[in-house]
Design a protein. Structure first.
Length: 201
């Protein structure tokens, strides 16, 4: 039975958390020293800036460790950087993995991310259920099987929710195509500009 595979817990990997600690350990002293070396800034203002930076870095560390997705017999709970969301199995209309539209925006971005969709078709991203952390197809299959088993015999799909889910999928598909073509056009223009510069010199 699928329920026997629960609970499932998805969190940031230890080596990625170590990278967060290193970034904070390197960045915080640098910002503090730069602030202290500002000659035209009063000491009280420097203290406020350093305090705010320390609080920001501390919050980033705390939030990175706090974020998680867990699935148990009651449903799915997602803890995000701000707030958390609990979805009972019977309140979920769909669970799926999709292409990450921002994958090309930076390094280490997952190409596949996952969502659960509530009764209104609104989506909730399943934190760390992505291809940077897990085998997405396997984990989504496990979560979906648990959902199908535990949502109850009275569960029924909501046509309006599904219509909203599909509209979101269409919009994301268009956005991915636009991003792809935009990057392609930028690359072509960059190559043309470089050729023009080389030829004219």
């Amino acid at each position: 039975m699928s329920a026997e595979l629960l609970p499932r817990d998805y969190r940031i990997r230890p080596h990625q958390m170590t990278a967060v600690y290193v970034a904070v350990g390197v960045g915080l002293p640098g910002i503090a020293l730069s602030t202290l070396n500002l000659d035209d800034v009063p000491g009280s203002v420097k203290l406020v800036i350093i305090t705010l930076v320390v609080l920001l870095f501390g919050w980033l560390v705390w939030a990175s460790k706090r974020c998680a997705t867990s699935a148990d017999l009651l449903g799915i709970r997602v803890r995000r950087f701000t707030g958390s969301r609990r979805l009972a199995w019977e309140d979920i209309q769909e669970i799926r993995a999709v292409r990450n539209p921002s994958a090309a925006m930076g390094q280490n971005q997952p190409t596949l991310i996952s969502y659960a969709y509530d009764t209104g078709g609104r989506r909730v991203q399943l934190m760390y259920v992505d291809d940077n952390h897990v085998d997405v197809e396997r984990e989504i299959a496990v979560i979906r099987a648990a959902w199908e088993e535990l949502r109850g015999p009275g569960w029924a799909p909501d046509p309006q929710a599904y219509a909203r889910i599909e509209r979101q999928a269409v919009r994301e598909g268009r956005m991915l195509k636009a991003t792809f073509w935009g990057c392609g056009i930028f690359f072509v223009l960059f190559v043309i500009a470089m050729v023009v510069i080389v030829v004219s010199t």
